[in-house]
Ligand binder design. Sequence first.
Ligand SMILES: C[S@@+](CC[C@H](N)C(=O)[O-])C[C@H]1O[C@@H](n2cnc3c(N)ncnc32)[C@H](O)[C@@H]1O
Length: 221
Amino acid sequence: MSSDKVPEAVSAVEVENVLMARVYDNISAIYDLAFGPVMQAGRRRAVAVMGDTAGQRILEVGVGTGLNLPLYQAGTDVTGIDFSSQMLDQAEARVAREGLRPRLFQMDAADLRFADDSFDIVYAPYLISVVPDPLKVLREMRRVCRPGGRLLVLNHFRSTHPVLSRLEQGISPLTVRIGFKADVDMTALFEQAALVPDWTEKVNRPRIWTLAHYTCPRQPE
Ligand SMILES: C[S@@+](CC[C@H](N)C(=O)[O-])C[C@H]1O[C@@H](n2cnc3c(N)ncnc32)[C@H](O)[C@@H]1O
C-alpha cells in the first residue's frame, strides 16, 4: 500500500515535516519545562522494559532534546535522530553537560539513513503522533530493527471511549499546531503496519499515553 496518504482510520489530520520542524524549533528552549516531568514516567518505564542493554544498539527516533538519553544503561550504544535542528542543539548541549556519548543525526523518521537490521532496539518516544505518515515511520523502524530485535512505541493514542475519542478527533486540527495530533488510532495504525504488539500498557498520569512493545520476527515474514 502506498503511504502517501495516511488512511483516515489512523488519523484524519494532515501535517507536513516543515511545519512540525518549525513548531519544535520554536519550542525547543522550553520543551523540557513543558513536556519533561509530565511525560517522564513513560520514558522511565520504556527504558526499564528494555532491561539489560549494555552492548546493545539502540536507535531513538525523534530524540528531541535528549530527555531519554541519561536514562540508558552505561555501555549502551545509542543513536538518536530528529528532524528539528534546534531540538538537536538542545540534545547536543545535554550530551556535553552530562558527559553522554550518543551519536546524533538530523534525519526524517520516515526515511532513515541506516541499513536494514542495524539496531537491536528501535524506540520512538512521543513521536508517532507528530509525523506526517506514522505508517511509513513504523515500517522504517521495522526495517532497521534486526530479526529478534524490539520496537518500542511510546505515544498518546486516540481514546477507545466514544466521547473522548470524538473530542480528540475534534481538537486534533488544533493540537497539531502546537506539535501533536490527538486522533491517532493505535489499533488501526498497527493493523495497517501489519504489526501485532506483544503487549501494550498505559503509562503516565493521567493514563492517556501507551507503551507498545513488538518483537521483530527471527524468520522472514
Ligand atoms: C514530542 S517530541 C518528543 C521528543 C523526545 N522523544 C521526548 O521523549 O521528549 C517529538 C520530536 O519528534 C521530532 N520530529 C517530528 N517530526 C519528525 C520526523 N519526521 N523525523 C524525525 N523527528 C521528527 C520533533 O522535532 C520532536 O523533537
